[in-house]
Design a protein around this ligand. Structure first.
Ligand code: FAD
Length: 437
């Protein structure tokens, strides 16, 4: 029997899995429940001020360490320099029109020297606080960032002599950006894994900022690649059940059934239990993922006159609700459009979207007086943006008790929090398992 794989879920994990299979000439069908591919990395057409605007469901930052994501983009013909802006590690955090914290790793030095020099000369922290950061990183490097027992990041940082100011200006923003989880709950072990890979080489800590909307960056080129490799790519196909049979699996949607020798289930953990309900040997996985809690990410888009600009594509904010602001003019030629990010749970969730947009606009004006009154605003609230990356969170394996049936998705790449890179690596790993089975 020739292999025929069905991939369920066309988020970045499913897209990566399908592209890897198609590359190996394995017949593949990709099914997604939604009207467009991309899952949580997608753009949406929004009407505002009598015009349609292409807005991302959230700003996605890639890192130089995202090697499988960069490989996937190259495979489907996207050249990094055309679609991503590479910015060497630099953090510039503002409050009320002045700098609160600034760190820049000198690009001409090798790792880890560039990062250590960056921490040593950052502004906003006292000398002894900077030395404590360097001591901690040096200690972590010696154990390859391995932690025997997981604990909340807040506890870990306190035990390691990080001051309240160092935590609020450096570690907390990094934890929110990487794990989308409050430091009182976040897994230290997973945070250290991210630090390990980010600090590995000089360019692994670079930020890679999308220069076009997310659907044009990921879903569109990957589905084009799949079609060119004779894959079937079907949206509006919500899978209701998977049943095992003698030849493999039957995958059922409301209207249709698909037969497959191999299946990669690449839904988000929120939707997983519905899809695997008829596979009793996966009850333990359904139980694990049903115990997950989720964290929101809010994106507040504010349109200013087209000549309004920031000094950098991405700046940090502290002292209010806003955490990061992205200048979409510098990045994607959406001139005058600012995207403000608020990661993880917090008091912003108690405000109406109107009140939230007004509060954020005031915070922006206080930090950047050139941003006066926005012409329009739009709030995108992804209420279950990512699983809460808590201490000792159980993470299912790719391989299941069902031969030829694998689990992909950000939650299965156990080394990382919910990230594009984790999702891509899981998809590629599951496709490799199909190829080698
Ligand atoms: C606002 C926001 C900002 C983020 N920022 C970053 C960032 O800066 N950097 C970063 O690395 N990561 C970021 N992430 C996380 C990243 O987007 C996710 O980790 C990644 O997209 C997960 O991909 P996935 O394929 O595992 O899951 P998903 O994207 O959730 O894909 C699952 C797919 O399965 C489909 N599906 C579900 N049920 C069924 C069914 N029954 N039948 C068929 N199909 C089904 C869905 O329609 C969906 O397309 C962010 C996420 C959000 C929401």
């Amino acid at each position: 029997m020739p292999k025929h794989a069905v991939v369920i879920g066309g988020g970045i994990a499913g897209l990566a899995a399908a592209a890897t299979l198609a590359d190996q000439n394995i017949q593949v069908t990709l099914l997604d429940a939604g009207s467009q591919f991309g899952g949580r990395t997608r753009s949406i057409a929004i009407e505002a001020n009598s015009r349609v605007h292409q807005l991302d469901n959230g700003q996605h930052i890639l890192l130089g360490a995202y090697r499988e994501t960069l490989k996937l983009l190259a495979k489907v013909g996207m050249q990094e320099q055309d679609v991503l802006m590479r910015v060497p590690l630099a953090l510039d955090v503002r409050t009320e029109n002045k700098s609160a914290f600034r760190l820049a790793a000198p690009a001409y030095l090798p790792a880890p020297l560039n990062q250590l020099i960056g921490f040593l000369f950052c502004s906003g922290l006292q000398w002894h606080e900077r030395v404590s950061v360097i001591k901690l990183i040096t200690r972590l490097k010696k154990t390859n960032y391995h932690l025997a027992n997981d604990e909340p990041l807040a506890d870990f940082l306190q035990k390691n002599q990080q001051s309240g100011k160092t935590i609020s200006l450096l570690w907390e923003p990094l934890c929110l950006a990487a794990l989308n989880t409050p430091i009182s709950k976040a897994s230290s072990r997973i945070f250290l894994n991210v630090l390990r890979d980010t600090f590995r080489h000089k360019d692994s800590s670079d930020f890679l900022l999308p220069r076009q909307d997310l659907s044009r960056l990921f879903a569109q080129p990957i589905t084009r690649y799949l079609k060119a490799h004779q894959a079937r790519v079907l949206h509006n196909k919500r899978v209701k059940s998977i049943t095992a049979n003698q030849n493999g699996y039957t995958i059922s949607t409301k209207e249709e059934q698909f037969e497959a020798s191999h299946v990669i289930v690449a839904t988000s953990p929120v939707r997983l239990h519905n899809v695997i309900a008829d596979l009793p040997r996966l009850n333990f996985v359904a139980e694990q993922t049903e115990s997950y809690s989720y964290q929101p990410i809010y994106t507040i888009y504010l349109q200013y006159p087209s000549n309004a600009m920031l000094s950098a594509p991405m700046l940090g904010l502290t002292g209010g609700l806003s955490q990061w602001v992205f200048d979409r003019g510098i990045l994607c030629k959406q001139h005058g459009l600012m995207a403000v990010i608020i990661s993880a749970e917090g008091k912003h969730q108690n405000l109406t979207q109107e009140k939230l947009a007004l509060t954020v606009a005031k915070e922006l004006q206080a930090a950047f007086p050139q941003l006066a009154k926005p012409l329009w605003h739009k709030v995108i609230a992804e209420k279950r943006a990512t699983f809460s990356c808590n201490v000792d969170l159980p993470r299912p394996a790719y391989v299941t008790p069902y031969p030829g049936l694998y689990l992909a998705g950000d939650y299965t790449f156990a080394d990382y929090p919910a990230t594009i890179e984790g999702a891509v690596r899981s998809g590629v790993a599951c496709a490799d398992l199909v190829c080698n089975s």
